[in-house]
Design a protein around this ligand. Structure first.
Ligand SMILES: [Zn+2]
Length: 111
């Protein structure tokens, strides 16, 4: 299982999806990379059928808001396996980093 790389403030332990020059919560400057579990819950998702120019040809694709179990909220691509239907609250897992950002997929029943 791939872990999801994020960033944490060494002072207040705040979590961020992207690197920061200083912490948005407490102002400290020690921001460190951290590996999260990559597991989370699907908070919302939408299917993009008319993408911006850079993503044309990839449609339709799903964009999801995911709440990771460590408390970080991320926006990412969602891969829905054949025969599955995504639903709010479904468990998801980080799959891979793509040129356009992170991709998550639904967790299978047996995982
Ligand atoms: Zn902080």
């Amino acid at each position: 299982m791939a872990s999801f790389e994020a960033f944490t403030c060494d002072a207040c332990k705040g979590l961020f999806a992207r690197s920061q020059r200083s912490c948005r919560r407490c102002g400290a400057s020690a921001i460190l990379p951290v590996n999260l579990s990559g597991r989370g819950l699907l908070t919302s998702f939408t299917t993009i059928r008319m993408p911006p120019t850079a993503f044309q040809g990839q449609e339709p694709y799903d964009i999801a808001v995911i709440d990771l179990e460590e408390g970080l909220r991320v926006t990412a691509r969602l891969t829905v396996q054949a025969g599955r239907t995504a639903g709010i609250g479904d468990p998801v897992m980080f799959e891979t980093m793509c040129p356009y950002g992170a991709a998550f997929r639904l967790i299978e029943e047996q995982e």
